[in-house]
Design a binder for this molecule. Structure first.
Ligand code: ZN
Length: 218
């Protein structure tokens, strides 16, 4: 698989990552999968309520479900194709927890990818070559693979993705339900979150599938 990302989507993620260099930020990728050519296109980015520390971030499961519904209603033909998060100052890779999170996303959205940005060097220099981001996926053997990525320049899609994305020039912020405040360890939080996410999202996806047929098809 290859990924193609349109400039406004990437711009929104970079801006979000630059907003706070002291902690990780996260959001969701909106786009579509093109069977022909095996290409995943990222058209837009949205975000919402999240828990964050300098080394860990996750989106509330309610937020993801609400976001998936928002995309379905407001971005016809597009759906959630993965997630992004920042690694301020510690390079781009998938941590052990990121790998587990990504496996969940791939279970829920089969073509899902994970985009990781380290914004620190770019924040200092504002030079394009210092922009550090990569897209990852987990293969069938459970290994982390880097997905080759290019910037979308196809004229019609560039215009269309910009027009859609500009409706929410500020990154769309989804407010889900208020989750319980867990001040326990990250591992425990993550285990709790992944169970809740898997169950609430699978319920949600069943509902969506009943309404639209499989939303994982382009
Ligand atoms: Zn991470």
């Amino acid at each position: 698989m290859r990924a193609r990302i349109y400039p406004l989507a990437l711009g929104k993620m970079i801006k979000h990552a630059l907003d706070d260099l002291n902690k990780e930020v996260a959001g969701l990728l909106v786009g579509k999968y093109l069977k022909r050519g095996d290409i995943l296109e990222v058209w837009d980015a949205i975000t919402g309520e999240q828990k964050s520390t300098p080394g860990f971030v996750y989106l509330e499961e309610e937020t993801i479900a609400t976001a998936a519904e928002w995309v379905l209603r407001n971005r016809p033909g597009l759906y959630i194709v993965g997630w992004y998060h920042s690694h301020p100052g510690f390079e781009v890779f998938l941590s052990a927890i990121d790998i587990e999170t990504q496996k969940l996303y791939q279970r829920l959205f089969p073509k899902a990818v994970a985009l990781v940005i380290d914004p620190v060097k770019y924040a200092k220099t504002r030079r394009l070559q210092d922009l550090n981001f990569k897209i990852f996926r987990i293969n069938l053997k459970g290994e982390v693979m880097v997905v080759p990525v290019s910037i979308g320049i196809q004229r019609r899609k560039l215009l269309e993705s910009t027009l859609r994305g500009i409706e929410t020039m500020e990154l769309k912020y989804i407010v889900g339900g208020v989750g319980p405040d867990l001040s326990v360890s990250i591992e425990a939080e993550f285990g709790y979150w992944s169970d809740k996410l898997a169950s609430s999202l699978s319920k949600f996806l069943r509902k969506i599938k009943d309404r639209t047929g499989s939303h994982t098809q382009p």
